[in-house]
Design a protein around this ligand. Sequence first.
Ligand SMILES: [Zn+2]
Length: 134
Amino acid sequence: MIHYTLVCDDGHDFDGWFRDSETFESQSAQGLISCPFCASTHVSRGVMAPAVSRVGARADDAVKLREMIRELREKVVAGTEDVGERFPEEARKIDGGAAVQRPIRGRATFEEAKALLEDGIEILPLPELPNDGN
Ligand SMILES: [Zn+2]
């Protein structure tokens, strides 16, 4: 015998005992299982499976997100020139036409980044990954 917590489409939950999972499936498919509170035969197994899959999905999402950030970083790194600490200065030169137009990356303090944005120079923060060393 196996024990299932069952729930009807009205949200009542109740206990059911079955010889095995196939017995439950076939009785359920034939409408032989009904809710003791409202007699609904739209009955399914209780809340355990969705709770487990939600946890799994969250872990997957974290892995996917990490992978997306890594790919984004790789694309940015491959397509830009690293000007390091000179980033704010170089971005202003490019914006003012004093340097060749090209995509650059580098480091800026929060204040420097804010000043660039206030001057209408478009910059984007590059997301960091933990233990990325960069
Ligand atoms: Zn019910």
